[in-house]
Design a protein around this ligand. Structure first.
Ligand SMILES: CC(C)(COP(=O)(O)OP(=O)(O)OC[C@H]1O[C@@H](n2cnc3c(N)ncnc32)[C@H](O)[C@@H]1OP(=O)(O)O)[C@@H](O)C(=O)NCCC(=O)NCCS
Length: 171
């Protein structure tokens, strides 16, 4: 298995349809392809990711997600087309030492092929590498796919506090 500690290595994931993908850390050159990913995603998918309607990342959002001091952002491409980003995964530092916040956005056309589940497992390894002992995720209560993804990380039952669940996963 590839080493999550190797920052420059591309992590391979094979999807259920046989497509091979590569996941690596974001670079400044990825901004355009990431904005294109956001534009190709449905408003529903973007809303579940950001809990707000936004067609693409704001400059301030990009500065946060691309700053290694603020956390780790991973981008996923197919093995064949390495400049076309089909998913973005974030493990961002929080105000709590050792607690990272996980978020995943998989392009609609690439959902339901096992990518979200595999990215979450890889993100947990990255979070451990980054020194976290806990992952959190803010998930809409009706977001069954993401709740299934987090169950695969052995997430304990979520605390229902309104429409968004605050899930904490010990690593
Ligand atoms: C949530 C998300 C990351 C899951 O990614 P994915 O690549 O579709 O995930 P997987 O293919 O690994 O599927 C995960 C689970 O959801 C289920 N699922 C996925 N898409 C589904 C769909 N359209 N309808 C019903 N179930 C679905 C799968 O069956 C799987 O459940 P299982 O493990 O019990 O079989 C993706 O749907 C997404 O990006 N959604 C929009 C953004 C979002 O919600 N982000 C999370 C905010 S923190």
């Amino acid at each position: 298995m590839p080493d999550a500690g190797a920052r420059d290595a591309a992590y391979p994931i094979m999807l259920t349809d046989g497509t091979t993908t590569r996941t690596r850390e974001v670079t400044p050159a990825d901004l355009g392809p990431i904005q294109a990913l956001h534009r190709r995603c449905s408003p529903g998918s973007r809303g579940l990711r950001y809990h707000a309607g936004k067609p693409e990342l704001s400059p301030a959002g990009w500065r946060v997600l691309s700053d290694p001091q603020r956390g780790t952002t991973l981008v996923t491409t197919t093995a064949q087309c390495t400049d076309h980003i089909i998913a973005m995964t974030n493990v961002m530092r929080t105000e709590q030492q050792g607690v990272g916040e996980l978020a995943v956005l998989v392009e609609d056309a690439w959902q339901f092929k096992g990518l979200g589940t595999a990215l979450a497992a890889h993100a947990a390894d990255v979070a451990r590498r980054d020194g976290h002992h806990t992952l959190t995720a803010a998930v809409a209560a009706g977001n069954a796919p993401m709740l299934h993804v987090l169950e695969s990380l052995d997430a304990p039952p979520a605390r229902a506090a309104g429409p968004v669940l605050d899930i904490r996963i010990p690593l």
